[in-house]
Design a protein around this ligand. Sequence first.
Ligand SMILES: [Zn+2]
Length: 263
Amino acid sequence: MATVTAPTVSPILICPEWPVPASVIALVTTRGGGVSKAPFNTFNLALHVNDEPADVLANRAILQEHLEQDLDLQWLQQVHGTEVVQAGRNAGEKRGDAVFIDQPGVAGVVMTADCLPVFFAALDGSSVAVAHAGWRGLADGILERTLETFSVSPAEIICWMGPAIGPCHFEVGVEVRDVFLNACVDDTQRREMLRVAFRLSSESGKFHADLYSLARLRLQQCGVVGIHGGGFCTHCDAERFFSYRREQDTGRMASVIGLKKFS
Ligand SMILES: [Zn+2]
């Protein structure tokens, strides 16, 4: 049976509010609680953004301490693609944009600073995943590919959407909107997408795109019913979040999900 975890939000970590089995451990870091200096202040987890490597490694050690137990973390080299990798024990960084975990004691990590992190958990507690979904990966099917790696059906999987850039700050051109519209299966779907995910901007030819709505629509089309989270804006909330659109030279938050070791 699934148990409901109590909502806990600290200045340093965000614990998702979603009814997952007790075997699942999931958290998202914010920019607070680390040792990196400006413009990566303070909890930057990414080695590829020109932060001091020693500071990043210190932050990764802090992250490890925040997890309730010693988990092997599978890090990714993200490429805005649709590759889903299998998390391994003591495995080096793997190239891909989602990671699937079905071994106790192992967790996967995606890093973001505006793109949307999406957690997945099988309701039977057997497996979890996390995907990095920017608009390109979302359009190309990273969420669908991630769902396909599970041995249970989408109806038996719940999702939680972490901090991403909100529609208030995510302006896109007509070409981005059309990539999504062209992937719709019929006019009903197209109308729904236009209604919820692309609000006209005051600037002509531009739209406020809603990554949360786009992800929700894609997940619902696959048959996922339990979709939680969303509602953040990394650009608006400079206290808590890194935002690439706001700062360019900036750090990355980590979204971590794993399976606890058997006790
Ligand atoms: Zn905003």
